[in-house]
Design a protein around this ligand. Structure first.
Ligand code: UDP
Length: 394
């Protein structure tokens, strides 16, 4: 696994630490559980990190010295990908992996540099695509200008591209990737941590609670949830996520809440360690995911695993994960009234809440365990490896 900015060991909920970190950590652990030897290469972003370590989950993490030994925003890492690739090449020359799985486009670049000459098959998961980001964020998109062109190149050279949802298949097809080289494998959810029963975080003075979780970046659309709250009396909205670096977005959300007169019902908790997340999810009547766009969205799966109904915008992975009218509701993006209309029956009808919660829980149990995701990922690896290199079944 190559995951240049997203270390499986990082704390989540900060600017550049979210779903990809969870994905790489959980997939690596699930592959290790069934006997694969897994090494994750990630950038050394602190001087005191060891060169490599074995995790308790049975995979190895190698900290690659590429660029400064301190955190650097992911959009400024491109200049260091040459060094990253050279380091991979040096290690793989002696002992090449059967498959290299690159996460995010910049990892794809470094991996391509190392893998091409050595003939190592590359599987690419983009996690997010430059074309989509540019479409939604326009001039505010901080990605390097070459991102879209380079993503096309990476996709063209990869043996398999793993799309995390069907929406991404359309995007990849538009980029010229043949459908035969695309596998769809969603992200999973940790079903041992996210369970319906267990501790429940204490509630505030209001009768109902809504929860929204994620990095405090604008495109996550937390302001839509705040605006929806204005039409939902006696209900509090708890927003989880965000570090000191995201204080500007937190201030903006507080201003929106104050302008609408709901500031006494909106609570921003900041970054919360993962083990506390299930108790918070369980404390909510419904979970809101209202981004402008979302490459996949692990939070809805975590909410469903805790048997909570989810109201989400019908974008990206959520179109696949949420079944409208069965496990939650899908609404159009940027429409606070639609969110309020979808949430309202859930706040007043406990039977509906329980029924949708139970359906969500059943759905993630059957489809989104990391063991199942690891299995499907291995199937993509098999498609990437030339037939004469596959082990012969006995
Ligand atoms: N998360 C967390 N603490 C926080 C905020 C988020 O542990 O304070 C976790 C959250 O539970 C989820 C991940 O970070 O597992 C976010 O993944 P998602 O795919 O929803 O969004 P991304 O950050 O990748 O855009």
């Amino acid at each position: 696994m190559i995951s240049e900015h997203a270390s499986p060991l990082a704390a989540l909920g900060g600017v550049d630490a979210g779903g990809q970190n969870v994905h790489v950590a959980a997939l690596s652990a699930a592959l290790a559980r069934v006997g694969h030897e897994v090494t994750v290469y990630t950038r050394r972003d602190r001087a005191d990190l060891p060169d490599q370590l074995e995790t308790a989950d049975g995979y190895r993490v190698v900290h690659v010295p590429a660029g400064p030994g301190r955190p650097v925003p992911k959009d400024r890492l491109l200049p260091y990908m040459g060094d990253f690739g050279a380091c991979l090449h040096a290690r793989w020359r002696a002992d090449p992996p059967d498959v290299a799985h690159a996460h995010f486009w910049m990892s794809g670049l470094a991996t391509g540099l190392a893998a091409r000459e050595l003939g190592v098959p590359v599987v690419q998961t983009f996690h997010a695509l430059g074309t989509v980001k540019r479409r939604h964020q326009g001039a505010a998109d901080p990605s390097p200008p070459d991102r879209i062109r380079l993503e096309r190149l990476i996709a063209a050279r990869a043996a398999q591209v793993v799309a995390t949802c069907t929406d991404e298949v359309f995007e990849l097809t538009r980029m010229g990737v043949p459908r035969t080289r695309i596998s769809v494998v969603p992200c999973g959810v940790d079903l041992r941590l996210f369970t319906p029963d267990g501790p429940v975080a204490p509630r505030g003075p209001h009768r109902r609670r809504l929860l929204a979780v994620g990095r405090l970046v604008r495109r996550k659309g937390f302001d839509i949830a705040v605006r929806a709250l204005a039409g939902l009396p006696d209900t509090e909205l708890v927003i989880v996520g965000g570090t000191a670096q995201e204080a500007a977005e937190a201030d903006r959300l507080r201003r929106v809440a104050a302008d609408l007169g709901v500031d006494d019902r909106v609570r921003l908790l900041g970054q919360v360690p993962r083990p506390r997340m299930p108790s918070l999810l369980r404390s909510a009547d419904a979970v809101l995911c209202t981004p402008w766009y979302e490459p996949f969205g692990i939070v809805p799966l975590e909410a469903m695993a805790c048997r909570r109904p989810v109201v989400a915008t019908a974008v990206g992975g959520m179109v696949d994960t949420i079944v409208d009218g069965v496990t939650g509701r899908l609404v159009s993006a940027l429409d606070p009234q639609a969110v309020a209309d979808a949430v309202e029956p859930l706040l007043t009808d406990g039977t509906l809440r329980n029924a949708w919660g139970a359906a969500g829980s059943a759905r993630v149990q059957t489809r989104y365990s990391w063991d199942r995701i690891a299995d499907s990922t291995v199937a993509a690896y098999r498609r990437a490896v030339p037939a004469d290199r596959l082990p012969v079944a006995r």
